[in-house]
Design a protein around this ligand. Sequence first.
Ligand SMILES: [Zn+2]
Ligand SMILES: [Zn+2]
Length: 163
Amino acid sequence: MRLSIFHDARSRGVLSAVSAALEKTYGLETRETLEKAPLDKALNTRRGQFNASILLSTLAKEAHRPFLWILSSDIYVKGMNFVFGVALFGVGAVLSTYRLDSLDLVRKEAIHEMGHVLGLSHCENECVMQFSNSVAEAKMKPSKLCSKCKNKLEKMLSSLSFD
Ligand SMILES: [Zn+2]
Ligand SMILES: [Zn+2]
């Protein structure tokens, strides 16, 4: 399965690490990396943040699936002060490095969001699919899938088809 990775200019530095982690975890091979800045129409000037739902749905109309869009700006979804990322099953995800202070965290959250894209839900085991609401929580969870999620993933991968 092949993955398209979009990134803004300041996120170029994380591409190779993220790409390698996603290939190792999910067998997702990066088919292309494309520079794409966040869209003005998704900027909430009052909050100084981009609406991740708008970014995700806009890119979903034009990109190969699955995709990952890595941005250095802060993002949010309705009802949340901020999010690290947002994902749409079978389609793609948007990930913000804004609050992630290490490459390890960026990699971990990329694995988490792409897990959602491939059909995984939040998990309470020692698992990268644990929900994290803060950087401290994100740091505490492992960067690997637990065995339950691995089994679920295998079943999902055989039923998913991407272009
Ligand atoms: Zn999640
Ligand atoms: Zn799990």
